[in-house]
Design a protein around this ligand. Structure first.
Ligand code: HEM
Length: 494
């Protein structure tokens, strides 16, 4: 019977199996409704590892952080590429970027490392700082009389500023000597349009990853294609100050791939999504929690003031040229902790690997389990982020959770008296760890520093409740709030 229904029977040496009640879907609905609760209840029943059938796929959830290493370490039995390449092609509609499929010989991983880290980081953050300032201080963001309060949703505000500045940083500005008002307005309209299209497409992203075809979603499909049109090489090549990432990707699309022009453009849409989809909600949560916590606001403002003062910079919105070097940004442990704490509470990315062959997975407690070829092994970091043994009062926001007694970055976290190697994983792990993570943290630090330097701000309702996380995106990264929260801001008088 189990052969006919597709239900798996546990064989000796394998983890306990949950087939769920529904054929094919298995446990998908229970998992989707509240992944953390679901996994915790199964962990209580089965222990460190168990297998769930989710949408036709057998997934082994590994819940012991001391055993994470067995999966994160790149073993010859585990493959991370297939899943990523398939997911990207499915969601963005480009041909496969997996060199083994024959459409390109680009080593994407290398491209990312070369253009987002090391030497490449300084020019990126320099451009971002300029773009953030011009976006934040442009006319639409401020009242005619700058001393008047302006109100907005925190989510809406973060999306507008970070999207525009991030978009211009990666994709450059229109190449045109003409800096007339009309020209600038056209430039602005292009970015606002891109933001609307991005949001429309991003809404259905979970459905695409779950395997639904994009044609079911007419407006999201046209949003994605509109974005792609603006990113055709003929359009990108008219832009100035394009980042190394996009320049190199254009070059490699043109020289190492057989993609057609539309497919090339769609690979750039994938880059836009990767660079924004997590950063935007992460920025929201960081600002939201900080504004709500007077101690966090005070400590952060002091750190920002000290940083600008130590490099003799005057804050002047009429001449907005504040600079933060990479060294300065690396030396802001309070902002660092504020960002980490917000992401601990809001990120929910599933880390997955696929078994290339049958093999034996060794856990930290010396138990070993048989894993079958083509099964998935998954780590779900919220299991550690909300573990009360690792983080005291895990549901409470503590802005200084990641600061040690000397006010520096805290890196010692324990479970059962043992020091943990993995205690904070919003950026994934091992080879699939986000290559943009340094840029991401730096840009959020820049955003906060500029806000704190230029603006006064507070919540419209000081007792506002924390909006719940939108769990429909669980597994895909930083979750969005289910609704926006209003705040007000105005320029400080200097
Ligand atoms: C991949 C998180 C910002 C570029 C990833 C992954 C995670 C992640 C968890 C791995 C996905 C997986 O294992 O399936 C985040 C978070 C961010 C952020 C939480 C912000 C707070 C950025 C930024 C960029 C970026 C700003 C680029 C400018 C990428 C790229 C990948 C990736 C290109 C794919 C890497 C690959 O498949 O080899 N990100 N990311 N990310 N991220 Fe980020």
């Amino acid at each position: 019977l189990w052969l006919i229904t597709g239900i798996r029977r546990r064989l000796p040496g394998e983890p306990p199996v949950e087939n769920g009640w529904i054929p094919y879907l298995g446990c998908a609905l229970q998992f989707g409704a509240n992944p953390l609760e679901f996994l915790r209840s199964r962990q209580k029943k089965h222990g460190h590892i168990f297998t769930c059938k989710i949408a036709g796929q057998y997934v082994h959830f590994l819940c012991d952080p001391f055993s994470y290493h067995a999966v994160i370490r790149q073993g010859r039995h585990l493959d991370w590429k297939k899943f990523h390449f398939d997911a990207s092609a499915k969601a963005f509609g480009h041909e496969s970027m997996d060199p083994s499929q024959g459409f390109t010989t680009e080593n994407l991983h290398q491209t990312f490392l070369k253009t987002l880290q090391g030497e490449a980081l300084s020019p990126l953050i320099e451009t971002m700082m300029e773009n953030l300032q011009s976006t934040m201080l442009q006319s639409g963001m401020l009242k005619a009389k700058p001393s008047e309060w302006q109100s907005d949703g925190i989510f809406a505000f973060c999306y507008k500023i970070m999207f525009e500045a991030g978009y211009l940083t990666l994709f450059g500005k229109e190449l045109d000597g003409d800096q007339s008002i009309a020209r600038q307005q056209a430039q602005k309209a292009l970015v606002l349009n891109a933001l609307e299209n991005f949001k429309e497409f991003d809404k259905i992203f979970p459905a695409l990853i779950a395997g639904l075809p994009i044609h079911v979603f007419k407006s999201a499909y046209s949003a994605r294609e509109n974005l792609a049109k603006t990113m055709l090489h003929e359009n990108l090549s008219k832009r100035a100050n394009v980042s190394d990432l996009i320049c190199l990707r254009m070059l490699l699309n043109d020289t190492l791939s057989t993609f057609n022009e539309l497919s090339k453009a769609r690979t750039h849409v994938a880059m836009l999504w990767a660079s924004q989809a997590n950063t935007l909600p992460a920025t929201f949560w960081t600002l939201f929690h900080m504004i709500r916590c007077p101690a966090a606001m005070k400590a952060a403002s002091e750190e920002v003031r000290r940083t600008f003062e130590s490099s003799n910079q005057k804050v002047d919105p009429m001449n907005s040229r504040l600079v933060l070097t990479r060294e300065q940004l690396d030396n802001m442990p309070i902002l660092d902790s504020i960002i980490k704490e917000a992401m601990r509470l809001s990120s929910a990315s599933l880390n997955v690997r696929m078994a290339k062959s049958d093999f034996l997975l060794h856990l930290d407690n010396n138990e070993s389990y048989h894993i079958r070829k083509d099964d998935v092994i998954a780590l779900y970091p919220p299991m550690i982020h909300f573990d009360p043994e690792i983080y005291e009062d895990p549901l409470t926001y503590k802005y200084d959770r990641y600061l040690d007694e000397n006010g520096q970055e805290k890196t010692s976290f324990y479970r059962n008296g043992r020091k943990l190697r993995y205690y904070y994983m919003p950026f994934g792990s091992g080879v699939t760890k986000c290559p943009g993570r340094f840029f991401a943290v730096h840009e959020i630090k820049q955003f906060l520093s500029l806000l704190l330097a230029y603006f006064e701000m507070d919540l419209l309702d000081p007792d506002v409740k924390e909006p719940p996380l939108d769990q429909s995106r669980a597994g895909l990264g930083v979750l969005q709030p289910t609704y926006d929260v209003d705040f007000r801001y105005r320029l400080k008088s200097h």
